[in-house]
Design a binder for this molecule. Structure first.
Ligand code: ZN
Length: 474
């Protein structure tokens, strides 16, 4: 039975206003910190990020990565070693130049990413082929001086960041690492209900210093893509600049092959934008800080219903369900329902005198508003089933939105809407530049897995079997 139709219209009308408004009411962050682009994580928001991090950690451990934590400050000299990397990040770097009034001998920078902090040390850690592969990761804050309009979780100057760095003996092993990273990303995307495109970036848009980059791009309600992951093949570009070598079986010194994999708090931005409705976010059950909220519906002095709810709460917590109870006496049930929706809590349990009498519970789904009544003794089994259903249905709805918004274009004049366009592209920079400038969009690359295609380049009209994805980005 559908109780109330879930409305999600505001986000398509004025995305920015809607997004800022629901974030504020969901109590995930406080944006009143007096430095632009830096927000305060409130307990509810930090719990959500920590649960995502916990799952990421689990996947990293399962694939033999070790967690590390490198210092925040990097000496200027180390940062200057890889030329493309400096060119890419130079303008975004925050510098620490003074201690009190004294100028520091060596200027230090706040890490925008940690290649230049880690790689001088990798040279010390890696001696022979026995030290390979080296697979490490860390979860830290990074700093980038964004000049564009900042937006919570999406474009920040202080970013909660995940970065994995690996070193391998051969290019083939590094390639297999990229493949494994994409499998990990698939699992994370499933948990967060964020379908995404794996696009191999153009040469002019790849990560600074990389041989190639695969971007993970999620489609937001604006019809624009948001990059939520970056996976990079460095080959020996950095290991040559930082002199990271190993001794092979024949006693020969060779440069290691390197990869990296990065993600950030953008995962939260994407899931809120994709699944939120007019009232607030809808958090997928697997990573929801509160999976179930129990709301006793009781009037007057009698505490029987509240006591019954507390017993049920204990039972849920013992079954590893993240649950709480809203038993405030001075707030009406209607307001409690609304607050639970504003926070995006995936499942609500309404328990009043009818439920108590018949020994049943009423389960309300946040994503569809559907209600279901089941016997109290089946509560745990039914809740776990609903979590699974919600996970797959939320993913499928988002996947359908993504599919419906990818369209083919065979002429520049067809490109006018806020959609993802599939276009023929001969692969040259000149044509790419022409297409990007005349459409005011970016070529985000070609599918990493490849696809069959035969058409003409949108710019020079040469026959091509390359299909590129063209879209505006956040
Ligand atoms: Zn062309």
């Amino acid at each position: 039975m559908v109780d109330s139709k879930i409305e999600a219209e505001k986000k398509f009308e004025d995305f920015s206003e809607w997004y800022n408004d629901i974030l504020e009411r969901a109590d995930l962050i406080d944006k009143r910190y007096p430095v632009k682009g830096m927000n305060i994580w409130k307990p509810y928001g930090w719990k959500l990020m920590s649960l995502i991090d916990k799952e990421t950690r689990r996947l990293m451990n399962d694939t033999d990565h070790q967690e590390v934590k490198f210092p925040l400050l990097i000496p200027e000299e180390e940062f200057q070693k890889e030329a493309d990397h400096i060119k890419g990040f130079g303008e975004e770097v925050y510098w620490v130049t003074h201690a009190g009034k004294r100028r520091l001998d060596i200027p230090l920078l706040l890490r925008p990413t940690s290649e230049t902090a880690m790689y001088p040390v990798f040279d010390l850690w890696i001696r022979s082929h026995a030290d390979l592969p080296l697979k490490i990761f860390q979860m830290v804050n990074v700093f980038r001086y964004e000049t564009k309009q900042t937006r919570a979780f999406m474009r920040m100057r202080e970013i909660h960041f995940f970065e994995a760095h690996t070193c391998h003996a051969t290019e083939g092993e590094a390639e297999r690492q990229i493949y494994q990273d994409l499998e990990i990303m698939d699992e994370i995307a499933r948990m967060l209900c964020i379908p995404y495109l794996k696009l191999k970036r153009t040469d002019w848009d790849k990560f600074p210093g990389a041989d190639y980059t695969v971007g993970g791009d999620a489609l937001l309600p604006t019809g624009r893509l948001l990059q939520i992951a970056g996976i990079h093949q460095y080959l020996t570009n950095f290991s040559e600049a930082y002199d990271i070598t190993y001794e092979d079986l024949d006693g020969e010194h060779k440069n290691v092959h390197q990869t990296t994999y990065g993600m950030s708090e953008r995962l939260i931005g994407a899931l809120i934008a994709i699944h939120g409705d007019d009232v607030g976010p809808v958090i997928p059950p697997y990573i929801a800080p509160i999976q179930v909220r129990i709301i006793p519906i009781q009037y007057g002095e009698d505490r029987k219903i509240v006591d019954h709810c507390k017993t049920l709460l204990d039972k849920l917590i013992k079954a590893d369900i993240r649950a709480d109870i809203d038993d405030r006496e001075d707030v009406r049930p209607g307001s409690k329902f609304y607050e639970s929706e504003e926070k995006g809590i995936p499942v609500r349990l309404d328990i009043g005198s009818n439920e108590l009498e018949d020994d049943i519970i009423t389960i309300v789904r946040r994503d569809t508003g559907e209600k279901k009544t089941v016997s109290t003794k089946d509560a745990i089994k039914e809740l776990k089933l609903i979590f699974e259903t919600m996970q797959s249905e939320m993913y499928e709805r988002a996947e359908e939105f993504l599919k419906n918004n990818i369209v083919d274009a065979s002429d520049i004049s067809e490109i006018s809407e806020e959609k993802v366009y599939r276009i023929g592209w001969c692969g040259t920079f000149e044509c790419g530049e022409g297409i990007e400038e005349s459409t005011d969009r970016s070529i985000l690359g070609t599918l990493y897995d490849g696809e069959e295609y035969s058409s003409k380049c949108l710019w020079c009209e040469e026959e091509t079997d390359t299909v590129a994805y063209l879209c505006k980005t956040h």
